[in-house]
Design a binder for this molecule. Structure first.
Ligand code: PLP
Length: 384
């Protein structure tokens, strides 16, 4: 074999997932054990207790570090557990700058929980570099962004933000949930830490929660491992296995999500009942060129404005194939109503500031046949 680094799809299938040395099984076994027999005091096979290490989780962490181009990865019980772990790097008095439009649960964690421990947060439009630079102060430890944002699909220039952060001695973390490492590689663009809700595209089958932090320094690896050990919010062996299984098909799934996403966006764009569409893959999206430059594709997350709560509700109730449900990134098309679901916690005022109306619908386009997805959306729009 040459020294050439294997491609993404190859690494997704093989990295961290070598055949089991004991039996040759081609899949990583699910190690259901809470503890490990030790040979003598201080002498063991590298495992002591399952909160610290588990071979199934270790395999997943190796796979994720490889796919994101980091030096370490640490897996947690959910995306929120991963974000919480990230912020245990902080101490009282530290300040964080973040995207003003993020997953509502992240904002809720910052405002309702972490702020009680003396952390402060500034919300800015991170696509506006001067606003971002102006918000960084001497106590700022981290800039945390989502791109594309949820659900307004605003793009932030990761390389430009990383340059601003590094010129001020601040680290940049990117929530890469919406695109997965197949469509976006934040570390290659200068990010220091990548975070995922693996519940979404990485798992891909809507059958398990999870979260992961990918780091780029020995300090990240040490801190995140220490947090796993101290707080215990780790990913279970079974869910680690489900995720490893999902990751093996990530490349082919994401290609199809991307193709279907574009087809559905083009259909919705010309539909008279759709008042506005938010999809970075369309040429008239204000940041289309930036998305084309920093992403490998545009993905399958689309938001549309139906005009009112009544219209959104009629549309949701009329769906026959697509599922009206929270979450995203599954093989099935998932449709959600951000105002009452993912972003309910922001309150009316918070949502109004970001343009999240009662008529906004978010679609996570699945990998069913494109014509069937479009036919279902068309018949549901007919009743609006
Ligand atoms: C962008 C983003 N980040 C984080 C999360 C939280 O992840 P989890 O639901 O796995 O805790 C979500 C969940 O919807 C999300 O969409």
């Amino acid at each position: 074999m040459s020294d050439r680094k294997p491609g993404f799809a190859t690494r997704a299938i093989h990295d961290g997932q070598a055949p089991d040395p004991l039996t040759g099984a081609v899949n990583v076994p699910i190690y259901l054990t809470s503890t490990y027999q030790q040979e003598a005091i201080g002498k063991n096979k590298g495992h002591e207790y399952a909160r610290l290490t588990n071979p199934t989780r270790d395999a997943l962490e190796e796979s994720m570090a490889s796919l994101e181009g980091g030096t370490s990865a640490h897996a947690f019980a959910s995306g929120m557990a991963a974000i919480t772990a990230l912020f245990t790097m902080m101490k009282s008095g530290d300040h964080v700058v973040c995207s003003d439009n993020m997953y509502g649960g992240t904002t809720r964690l910052f405002d309702k929980v972490l702020s009680r421990f003396g952390l402060t947060f500034s919300y800015v439009d991170t696509s506006n570099l001067s606003q971002l630079a102006g918000a960084i102060r001497s106590e700022t430890r981290l800039v945390h962004i989502e791109t594309p944002t949820n659900p307004m699909m605003t793009i932030t220039d990761i390389r430009a933000v990383a340059d601003v952060c590094h010129s001020k001695g601040v680290e940049l973390s990117v929530d890469n949930t919406f695109l997965s490492p197949y469509l976006q590689q934040p570390i290659e663009l200068g990010a220091d830490i990548v975070m995922h809700s693996t519940t979404k595209f990485l798992n891909g089958h809507s059958d398990g929660l999870g979260g992961v932090l990918i780091g780029t320094t020995p300090e990240h690896a040490e801190t995140f491992r220490f947090v796993q050990k101290c707080t215990g919010g780790i990913l279970s062996p079974f869910e680690s296995y489900l995720l490893l299984r999902g990751i093996k098909t990530l490349a082919v799934r994401m290609k199809q999500h991307d193709t279907n996403g574009m087809a559905v966006a083009k259909f919705l764009q010309q539909h008279p009942k759709v008042k506005r569409i938010f999809y970075p893959g369309l040429a008239d999206h204000p940041q289309h060129e930036l998305a084309a430059r920093q992403q490998r594709g545009f993905g399958s997350m689309i938001s549309i404005e139906t005009g009112s709560l009544e219209n959104a509700n009629s549309f949701a109730q009329a769906l026959r194939l697509c599922l009206f449900a929270e979450s995203l990134g599954g093989v099935e098309t998932l449709v959600c109503h951000p105002a009452s679901m993912t972003h309910a916690a922001l309150g009316e005022e918070g949502r109004a500031r970001l343009g999240i109306t009662d008529g906004l619908i978010r679609i996570s386009v699945g990998i069913e046949d494109e014509a069937d997805i479009i036919a279902d959306l068309a018949q549901a729009l007919d009743v609006v």
